[in-house]
Design a protein around this ligand. Structure first.
Ligand code: MN
Length: 424
């Protein structure tokens, strides 16, 4: 049926798509992300996350590796049944068995919405130690697998694993063979997260300059964050011409993780002129996605995680609090609403100032005098007060409890409904 769509038409559609000033976002939270030690996602959790990704507007979802085991297979199958919108892709080695499992897992999905991602290690280390293959054996193996997969899939993407440590000339040869065999998207992967932005952009430019059939395929990039440069690398590649960025929510994934999609999406949202491309992903969905993935994976982003860490919108420092009360933009890089978070919280702790104390007391309906503010501030900072002030302090603290810093909260003598956290 869809084999009737001949290559010519496919090529035309692809070339049109490549001209659009859009960076496509491919999510691999459920595959590379879920490979992180300790994460266990049941099929229904995967469906929940995939639905949220679809609602956010990602272009494609790497749903899992069906040949890796029954739970992986079931996860991909469940997503295929329940999730509409993005292209749903299954990972496969170049083995026929893997291709069959991928096709089976996505059998219910319409041919134009299901994809296979075939991969093979391309670097000298992978060729020698993993595959025991020569360069030409790697090329032949990849091309044959891609060719066989065209019988079951219209959308085939090919990833050269450890591409960033592969000889550039050989890599281009491999990509050319993959496109000739039927891949419509090729992936440049920095599997061990070793690149810098300049090196990454150079590699992407070189691929575009040397792969003859590059006009007939999308170019995707896949970065890991071992050197803390995954976001910068991905964006450098977008500037250099990459069409697809693949990453994970909260940057979960092997070792230091994958590039965090929310970081890439926010940068593209803030600076479309700089990248001359925009994203169709809704930045206001990022905070909700981050929370959902954190809850289901039980991997919580650090408080200071870029873009979605909870400290992005909390401050304890008196000078920052004073500025934010006068105009939130004074100490905020972007409004919390832009990622669907907020409002800003002024945390009360050792570093706080009187304006934040007064603000919180007033917001709770009190009309504090200067003396009240001083009394409370002094107590928050030192944990001390004179014996006669206990009842009064407790009254205030009850109102202020939700804003107290977890670390600095001095322990009131009486409990009176104020939550007291014992040090862990
Ligand atoms: Mn990876």
């Amino acid at each position: 049926m869809f084999s009737l769509i001949n290559r010519k038409i496919k090529r035309m559609v692809l070339r049109q798509q490549k001209k659009r000033p859009i960076v496509m976002i491919s999510d691999t939270t459920l595959r590379d992300g879920a490979q992180m030690p300790g994460i266990r996602l049941e099929p229904e959790h995967k469906v929940q996350i995939a639905k949220a990704l679809a609602a956010a507007g990602v272009h494609s979802i790497d749903c899992g590796f069906p040949a890796a085991g029954d739970s992986e297979f079931q996860g991909v199958r469940a997503i295929g049944k329940a999730v509409k919108g993005p292209v749903l892709s299954a990972l496969a080695r170049t083995h026929q068995g893997d291709i069959d499992r991928a096709a089976e897992a996505l059998s219910g999905v319409s041919p134009l919405k299901r994809a296979i991602t075939l991969f093979i290690g391309s670097s000298p280390l992978h060729r020698e130690y993993k595959h025991s293959m020569t360069k030409s054996q790697v090329i032949d193996t990849a091309a044959q697998a891609i060719h066989r997969a065209t019988k079951q899939f219209e959308i085939i993407s090919f990833g050269a694993e450890d591409a960033s440590r592969t000889e550039p000339d050989f890599l281009s040869e491999l990509y050319e063979a993959a496109i000739q065999a039927g891949a419509i998207s090729i992936g440049f992967t920095d599997t061990v997260g070793i690149l810098t932005p300049d090196r990454a952009a150079d590699a992407v430019r070189r691929i575009q300059d040397t792969v003859k059939s590059m006009d007939d395929a999308m170019l995707g990039v896949h970065f890991h964050n071992d050197l803390g440069m995954a976001t910068a690398n991905s964006l450098a590649c977008v500037k250099a011409g990459a069409n697809i960025v693949q990453g994970t929510v909260n940057g979960i994934g092997e070792r230091a993780g994958n590039v965090a999609l929310e970081e890439v999406v926010l940068a593209l949202t803030l600076y479309p002129d700089e990248y001359r491309k925009r994203t169709l992903v809704d930045s206001t969905a990022m905070y909700g996605l981050s929370q959902l993935v954190a809850e289901l994976t039980r991997v919580y982003p650090m408080d200071n995680k870029p873009v979605v860490g909870r400290n992005l919108f909390r401050t304890e420092a008196g000078i920052h609090q004073d500025g934010i009360l006068k105009n939130p933009d004074t100490y905020m890089p972007f409004k919390p609403e832009l990622i669907g978070a907020g409002p800003v919280t002024l945390v009360l702790g050792r570093h706080s100032g009187r304006n934040a104390v007064r603000h919180h007391l007033e917001m709770s309906g009190m009309e504090p005098t200067e003396e009240h503010v001083e009394l409370v501030l002094d107590y928050i900072k030192t944990g001390r007060h004179s014996a006669g002030e206990q009842a009064e302090i407790d009254g205030f603290l009850e109102r202020l409890a939700p804003f107290m810093s977890d670390n600095d909260l001095p322990k009131p003598a009486s409990q009176n409904g104020v939550p007291i956290r014992e040090p862990a």
